[in-house]
Each structure stands twice: as structure tokens, then as C-alpha cells.
Design a binder for this molecule. Structure first.
Ligand SMILES: Nc1nc2c(c(=O)[nH]1)N[C@H]1C(S)=C(S)[C@@H](COP(=O)(O)O)O[C@H]1N2
Ligand SMILES: [Mo]
Length: 197
């Protein structure tokens, strides 16, 4: 079953295509420093910070977590949008429930294999469409697009979705990620064209 969440734009704007974006059927690859290599046997996904229980999964354990399949749109801050991406993955809320997040948690910082980080308020993460995705269009997520696991954030510009994600850190105070430190918007709402801060 594929759940269609492409109508989430109604919460934010009039049009499915956010202002200043153009549609593409290609899926360009954008990374700060190329696709990192990793040893699948050593790969770990870690959940830490202000949580009741630290979690750690290897690839097999991650693949056994409950997954959902969704049709989502993808909006890059550089101006292209790709409609109808089919992602399968573990919902952010599933991970948050398993770790048990403290009542003082306000913010989340995602960590990745290439040293990339990106941050979001907790409230922007506790949404059904925020996934730790390991499949794209019915295939294992390609390396260039963040395999084995990436974050997807269809309600935000795509730099909020860390590719090659290896950790999620729950914070009691905001911290800035890689592009957020370099002038990209902290809030990144595509329908409000929050590109730069
Ligand atoms: N780990 C990591 N994640 C990342 C990036 C990166 O450089 N490293 N780039 C971000 C940016 S700026 C964008 S637009 C999207 C691009 O995703 P794509 O290459 O699958 O199109 O990934 C985001 N996630
Ligand atoms: Mo980007």
C-alpha cells in the first residue's frame, strides 16, 4: 500500500508546486562533497541526546523496523521539484516513540556519514511524512541519493533531509546544521520561499 502525501501542500500554500520552483522528472544529485563510501557491516544508526533510551541499529535491525510506503514531492532549494517520489522507510515518530523523548526536547540535529548535519524543530519532525527512507521507487535507495538510509522532509526544502544518515540527536536547545550555519534558512518552508536567512 502506498500512502499519498502529495496533498500536504494544502497546509502551507495554494499550489502543489511551491513559488519559484520548476518541475523536473529527473532526480539531480546534490551533495556538499560527493558520495561517501562505507562498509555495510560497520554501518550503524544511532539515536541519542535527551532520550530515555539510546538506540543503535545495524543494517539488518534497521530493515526489520516497521516501514511505511509513501508518495511524496521533493523540493530542492536551488529551484527544482520532483513530484511523486515513492519512498519507503521508518517513520520519524516510530524512532521517537522507541527512544522516548524527554519533555524538554525542542530540537533535532541529524548527523551523516559525510560530516553533514541539518537541524529542525522537534515539531517539524513529528509528522507522518518525515521518514528514514531506505527505498526509492521500489528499489534500495541509490548511493548517490543517500543510501543506505536518508531522511525525507517533503514539507521543507530537501537540504533538511540528511542523506547517509547515521544519527539523530535530540536537543533541549536549537543548534545549527551545516547549511544553516552558512546562511540557508533554518525554517526552510518552500511555500513561503524561506531559502536563505
Ligand atoms: N549527508 C548529506 N545530506 C544531504 C546533503 C549533503 O551534502 N550531505 N545535501 C543536501 C542538499 S543541499 C540537497 S538539495 C539534498 C539533495 O538530495 P539528492 O542528491 O537526493 O537530490 O540532499 C541534502 N542532504
Ligand atoms: Mo540543496
Amino acid at each position: 500500500m502506498v500512502e499519498d502525501v502529495t496533498d500536504l501542500y494544502r497546509e502551507f500554500g495554494e499550489d502543489r508546486l511551491p513559488p519559484g520552483q520548476r518541475r523536473t522528472d529527473r532526480f539531480p544529485v546534490l551533495s556538499k562533497s560527493g558520495t561517501p563510501s562505507y562498509n555495510p557491516a560497520d554501518w550503524r544508526f544511532e539515536v541519542y541526546g535527551a532520550v530515555d533510551t539510546r538506540l543503535e541499529y545495524d543494517l539488518e535491525a534497521f530493515s526489520e523496523l516497521p516501514h511505511v510506503r509513501q508518495r511524496q514531492d521533493f523540493h530542492c532549494v536551488t529551484g527544482w521539484s520532483r513530484f511523486d517520489c515513492e519512498f519507503a522507510g521508518v517513520p520519524f515518530t516510530e524512532i521517537a516513540d522507541r527512544a522516548g523523548i524527554g519533555s524538554d526536547v525542542e530540537h533535532v540535529l541529524f548527523h551523516a556519514l559525510d560530516g553533514y548535519t541539518t537541524d529542525l524543530p522537534l515539531s517539524a519532525c513529528l509528522r507522518e511524512e518525515v521518514l528514514f527512507a531506505d527505498e526509492l521507487d521500489g528499489e534500495p535507495l541509490p548511493d548517490d541519493h543517500g543510501g543506505p538510509v536518508r531522511v525525507v522532509t517533503p514539507h521543507k526544502y530537501a537540504y533538511k533531509g540528511a542523506k547517509w544518515v547515521t544519527g539523530v540527536e535530540f536537543l533541549t536547545e536549537p543548534e545549527r546544521g551545516y547549511w544553516e550555519k552558512r546562511g540557508y534558512s533554518r525554517t526552510a518552508d518552500p511555500w513561503n520561499e524561506e531559502r536563505y536567512s
